[in-house]
Write a protein that binds this ligand. Structure first.
Ligand code: TYD
Ligand code: MG
Length: 457
């Protein structure tokens, strides 16, 4: 077992000490000392340039002469997964997949690993959480297996490295970063120091061997992948696998990607036989929509390059406490408060004394301002106990003066709504410029929230 020196470094001021201390003598902060490898030669820090990792000295090149054909992508066997990765797996890339325990990270990677192995590539799946037998039991449920899929139940990173060198795989999966450890460090697996050093170690392996590597990371209660945020800077892409335990579908979301757009989502459904792709998400999100009730409406949100129709539900009821309750699930809480203030001031809706709950049906999260108009109408509809026409879809950002602002990619949104049988679309007038809506759908342009109310309620 290699033995090297470790040191404890304060994450705030950089104070170094050979021993762990609760309080940093440098800056006086508590609990900021993290174990690191002391000798630079055994563990390059995350800041070491990639050229150095690949063993070549860097040189200056004209931008026009840089060769880009090198970026070969492998398909993971799942179009939804590829989309989030930016069109497939880039060789030599290091990808972190985070998510709550039990959400399906291991299942997703095992399925992708098998699909890649079926294409004739060698995949090494390292698990620190399950035995080889357990993995086989799970894999058997997923269907036919490829002999190119190698399983290694191991947690010692140095032994893992020697197995990589012997078997020379094309893809590596580490499940999970919290269970592997470098034997030279005294901190427990899963601690900040271990997680960071292990990631730096894997980064070096990925870059020197040009080996595409996926790391699974469990998420802490606060919602961050355990370990410092620095981990996110070290890897090429960070994907989160989310979903509600009680719902069967799961969303793979890109939060960082050096090789593609970050707003892409991939949607899967957890079935008896593993994860299945959902290629028509709007249908799924609208499948349980109630008809003829107040407080429900449909919006068209762009999730990356794809328009998705989602139902927004609002419930406004008289408050029985001094301070009314406001709750938003799947939406930014502040955004909802702002829209409520606009409704109060510009539309004269007396919402001050009302509790308000706003929910995106199906557990999706929407951050796009184009859903504002839908939120406003759902709130007003519930407050007034008036229903909206069921085949309406609302698109538009709401400004502080009650104006409805233009949104991007209106044509794609309208087409998606038409595909799902919506016959009337309320959109910002500004977005209608320079574009002719299809003849078989009614598209109504509005400039203010007032106008939208006249049309819808
Ligand atoms: P898992 O991939 O082990 O989650 P993670 O690695 O993120 O902790 O997912 C486990 C859950 O998925 C478990 O609750 C059972 C469920 N599951 C199915 O419903 N069907 C299946 O075919 C498989 C393999 C798992
Ligand atoms: Mg797992």
């Amino acid at each position: 077992m290699a033995k090297y020196k470790s040191k404890f470094v304060c994450q705030d001021c950089g104070y170094e000490s050979p021993k762990w201390m609760g309080k940093c003598p440098g800056c006086g902060q508590w609990n900021r000392m993290v174990e690191e490898v002391a000798t630079a030669t055994t563990a390059p820090s995350a800041h070491v340039a990639l050229q150095h990792l690949q063993g070549e000295p860097a040189r200056v090149t004209r931008i026009t002469e840089i060769d880009t054909v090198d970026e070969r992508r492998t398909h993971s066997g799942y179009a939804e997964f590829d989309r989030v990765l930016g069109g497939g797996i880039v060789s030599g890339s290091l990808v972190l997949i985070g998510g709550d325990p039990g959400i399906g990270k291991s299942t997703l990677l095992l399925q992708a690993a098998n699909a890649i192995a079926t294409q004739g590539r060698k995949v090494l799946y390292v698990s620190g959480e399950e035995s080889a037998k357990q993995i086989k039991l799970r894999a058997d449920r997923l269907g036919s297996l490829s002999e190119n899929l190698l399983i290694l139940p191991e947690t010692d990173l140095e032994r893992i490295e020697s197995h990589i060198k012997t078997h020379n795989p094309d893809f590596l999966i580490i499940d999970s970063i919290q269970t592997v450890y470098r034997p030279g460090l005294t901190s427990a697996p899963g601690s900040v120091g271990q997680v960071r050093e292990c990631t730096a170690f894997l980064l070096r392996i990925a870059k020197t061997l040009n080996l595409a590597t996926f790391i699974v990371g469990h998420v802490t209660k606060e919602g961050a992948i355990a370990g410092p945020r620095m981990l996110e800077h070290m890897v090429d892409a960070v994907l989160y696998f989310e979903g509600e335990r009680h719902h069967t579908y799961r969303i793979l979301r890109g939060v960082k990607n050096r090789f593609g757009s970050t707003n892409e989502i991939g949607i899967f459904e957890m079935r008896e036989k593993g994860l299945e792709e959902v290629l028509n998400p709007s249908e799924l999100f609208l499948s349980e929509r109630p008809f003829g009730v107040a407080g429900s409406c449909v919006v068209a949100s762009m999730e990356g390059t794809r328009p998705v129709l989602v139902e927004i539900q609002a419930l406004v009821t008289p408050s029985s406490y001094g301070t009314p309750r406001r709750m938003a699930t799947g939406l930014d809480h502040n955004r909802v408060s702002l829209i409520m203030a606009v409704l109060e001031k510009r539309m004269g809706l007396y919402l001050q004394s009302q509790d308000a709950y706003v929910n995106v049906a199906g557990g999706v999260r929407l951050d796009e301002p184009a859903v504002d108009l839908g939120i406003a109408l759902a709130l007003a509809s519930s407050f007034r106990e008036q229903t909206m026409p069921p085949h309406d879809c609302y698109i538009g950002e709401v400004g502080l003066t009650g104006e409805v602002r233009g949104v991007s990619r209106i044509e794609q949104r309208v087409r998606e709504a038409m595909k799902l049988g919506f016959t009337r679309l309320i959109v910002p007038t500004k977005s209608l410029r320079g574009w002719q809506p299809p003849a078989d759908v009614q598209v109504i342009g509005v400039e203010t929230v007032q106008e939208a109310f006249q049309v819808a309620l």
